[in-house]
Design a protein around this ligand. Structure first.
Ligand code: UDP
Length: 469
């Protein structure tokens, strides 16, 4: 099996894990990488090789500008087309798993007659929400903030147009990029999904019915990271001081710290970061806050290039009281989430973060920003009932201007709701711990995700025999 992961964080990370999962099932797995993406995961693949797994990396020799962990979906990756074609001609795999952002890959793989499996990076619930909204036009709404019932779902889910990407608000204006991603999937052998049946079974059924069982649900793939090294270096080696971070967490009581992170892509503006800081401080709860990229205008930058976004004296106060740790850069998220001191997770509801929070048994404060994150929020808060909403209302194009700030009061209220003991918070904690157990079992022998991975391998073998015959 070939795996062709996208260059950016939230898509690259789970596909590398998926390749490792299939290698652990005995499938010979090759990851197609670029010269700058390969070093991000080289070490974990070397460790897998040493332990005998049939997994390798092949480098497609064309480099992509702007490729780092925060590469968004619009980066032009088409320079990879020719190296991909040449490699596929040389070594025809039994299948290639392609990220949907490689929308140009559709034709070349199709021409060569190689079974293509698409990886979208999303879960089943959000997929059902988006698909159903594409099929049905919602009429009679007087504003983008008026709630409507999402059609044809197993649960009663209300959303507003302001929470959806523009092409779902106006289906007549589907951009070319979305059309080509759909084409990639329509001509494919099927879809690989990073989720597990017990998390969203009714939605998994809806998808499998629609696709005639050509959807394999094999997650959470992050469970393949068993050692401390794998968890620390996942995505890329941390740029924050990981030992300092663990020492700080070790000094805290079990189940007492909120982890705050918005994933690999989001760039929050300084004004929003300031509101978060004030809200966290007012909540009086311990927190570890990983600040990734910052979206600032030139006037917000100081002469030395750094941005003055924290309230006056904030970090000093946090240091003195030991209440909070602010980290800048790339953090070992899996290690942090699994630390016994962590009690809650403020997340942008990226699908990987959602699954990782669930797998760690940690309830969430949901703060969706873009992509399918508003749907993920609904799954977390309305279906699974393992989180509270901060009150984010506007879908945001990740590289556009910030539309609406979430104020410090809302941040404080949500943090207290999740972190201060109450019957409601205790129930959420109990529920998410129960689901975490189901996640673990899903990927073990006898579990649903384990079985789906085996089923896909068997289908590919059967297809090969049929073609040879
Ligand atoms: N991540 C990490 N350290 C960071 C930021 C992110 O390890 O400092 C990982 C996180 O564990 C997750 C991925 O990056 O696996 C982010 O994916 P997600 O789908 O949550 O959000 P996206 O980055 O795609 O918005």
């Amino acid at each position: 099996m070939f795996f062709f992961p996208y260059i950016g964080g939230g898509h690259q990370i789970p596909m590398i894990d998926a390749a490792r999962v299939f290698a652990s099932h005995g499938a010979s797995s090759t990851i197609l990488a670029t010269p700058s993406s390969a070093p991000h995961f080289q070490k974990s693949i070397t460790r897998d090789q040493k332990s005998g797994l049939p997994i390798t990396i092949h480098i497609l020799s064309a480099d992509i500008p702007d490729s780092d962990m925060s590469a968004g979906p619009f980066v032009d990756t088409s320079a990879l087309l020719e190296p991909l074609r040449q490699f596929l001609l040389q070594r025809r795999p039994h299948c290639i798993v392609v990220d949907m952002f490689y929308r140009w890959a559709s034709d070349v793989v199709y021409e060569l007659g190689i079974p293509r499996i698409v990886f979208t990076g999303n879960g089943c619930f959000s997929r059902c929400v988006h698909d159903n909204l594409r099929d049905v036009t919602i009429e009679g709404l007087t504003s983008d903030s008026e709630p409507f019932l999402v059609p044809n779902l197993p649960d009663r889910i209300e959303m507003t147009m302001s929470q959806l990407p523009p092409f779902l608000r106006n289906p007549s204006q589907i951009p070319e990029m979305v059309r080509s991603m759909k084409k990639l999937e329509e001509q494919s052998f099927g879809t690989l999904i990073n989720s597990f049946y017990d998390l969203e079974g009714a939605y998994a059924d809806q998808l499998k019915n629609k696709w005639g069982n050509k959807a394999w649900i094999v997650g959470p793939v992050s469970h393949c990271n068993r050692t401390k090294e794998d968890k620390t270096e996942r995505g890329k080696p941390p740029t924050v001081d990981e030992q300092m971070c663990l020492n700080w967490l070790n000094s805290k009581k079990p189940s007492s710290v909120l982890y705050v992170s918005f994933g690999s892509l989001a760039r929050l503006p300084p004004k929003q970061l300031k509101e978060i800081a004030y809200g966290l401080e007012a909540s009086d709860q311990s927190f570890i806050w990983v600040v990734g990229n910052i979206h600032c205008t030139p006037s917000e930058k100081k002469e030395n290039g750094s941005v003055n976004w924290l309230p006056e004296g904030f970090e000093q106060r946090m240091k003195e009281t030991g209440k909070g740790l602010v980290l800048r850069g790339w953090a070992p998220q899996l290690l942090i989430l699994e630390h016994p001191a962590i009690k809650g997770f403020m997340t942008h509801c990226g699908w990987n973060s959602t699954l990782e929070g669930v797998s760690a048994g940690v309830p969430m404060i949901t703060w969706p920003l873009t992509a399918e994150q508003f749907s993920n929020e609904k799954l977390i808060t309305d279906v699974l009932k393992i989180g509270v909403q901060v009150g984010s209302r506007e879908w945001w194009m990740w590289n556009a201007e910030w539309k609406e700030l979430v104020g410090r009061e809302k941040v404080e209220v949500a943090v207290r709701k999740l972190m201060v003991e109450s019957v409601e918070a205790e129930e959420m904690r109990r529920r998410v711990k129960d689901i975490a157990g189901k996640a673990r079992r899903a990927v073990q022998e006898g579990g649903t995700s384990y079985a789906d991975a085996e089923a896909l391998i068997q289908e590919l073998q059967a297809l090969t025999f049929a073609n040879q015959g």
